[in-house]
Ligand binder design. Sequence first.
Ligand code: SAM
Length: 298
Amino acid sequence: IDFGFHHVPRDEKQTLVGQVFSSVAPSYDVMNDLMSGGMHRLWKDRLVEKLRPRPGQRHLDVAGGTGDVAFRVLAAMRAAQYGGGSSFASSSGGVGATPGAPAAAGAAGEGAGAAAAAAGAAQQEEQGQQQQDLPSITVCDINAAMLAEGRKKAEAGGIGPESMQWVEGNAEALPFPSASFDSYTIAFGIRNVTDRPAALREAHRVLRPGGRLLCLEFSKVVVPGMQQLYDLYSFNIIPQIGRVVANDAASYQYLVESIRMFPDQEAWAAMFEEAGFRGVDYENLTLGVVAIHSGFKM
Ligand code: SAM
C-alpha cells in the first residue's frame, strides 16, 4: 500500500501529515497501546533510562505530541531530585517545597541570632539551588491538536509552565536559540518530518556542546523471517485497529507506510554523523522493531 506521500510536494506532505495527526490526536494514546500491545511504554522507558535526566537539565522533546516522553523525563528528574517513586502526578506538589529546611525558630540563648541568620542563609542558598535544579522541559510539536491533548494531561496532573512548556514549532526550523538545550529527544516523530537532514542539523544547532540527541524510531527487524511476519501485522492488522477504534484506517495506513520508508539502523546512524553528531551509536529494541540512536554534539 502506498499513499504516495513521498511523491507529493513538501508543503503538501506537511499538510497531509498535519491532517493525519489532527485526526488521530484524541485517540492517539489509546491507539499507541493497542497497536504496540503496550510495548511503546517500555520503549519510551528505555529512552528515558538512556537519557538519565538530572534536575536542572534543559531538555527539549521534539515532535513531543501529547507529552508521553516529556512526562517520563519529568518523572525521572523528580525521582533524581526527591528520591525514587516520584510520579508526575503525585509529585507535582513537591516543586518549590524545601525539604529539610533548618529549624531556627527554637534556637535560644547566646548566638541564637547568628544561628538564625546562618540558618536563613542556608535556607536561601538551598532554595536558590532548588530554583536552579527545577525541571525544565520543553515539548515542541508542529501540531496544535496534539499539544492541546498534552497540555490537558499536564494540567490534570498539576504540571504547570514552570516545569513544562508546550511550543508549536517545526523540527526543521526550531523556534529556539542556538546552544539552548542540554539534551534533545524525538520519539516516533522524525519519520514524519519531510526534510530529516534539516531536522538533524537543527537538533545539532539547539544543543550545547556536549549535549546529546536521542532518537527513538521504528527501524528494521534484524531477525530473518520476522520482517515478513511484521509486515503482515502492520499492513493488515494496524489499519483495521485504526478503522475500528478511531474510525480512521487511512491515517493508520499512512503511519505503517511511513515506517516502511524509513532508513535502516546503519543508514540513519550515518545521517547523524553527516549532521555533525559524534559518538553515534544505536540500540535495537524488540528485535529491531524500534531502535534508539544516540549522538553527541562535540
Ligand atoms: N513523541 C510522541 C510519542 O512518542 O507519543 C508523539 C509521536 S507522534 C507518532 C508524531 C508527532 O510528530 C505528531 O505529534 C506530529 O504532529 C509531530 N510532527 C510531525 N512532523 C513534525 C515536524 N516537522 N516538526 C515537529 N513535529 C512534527
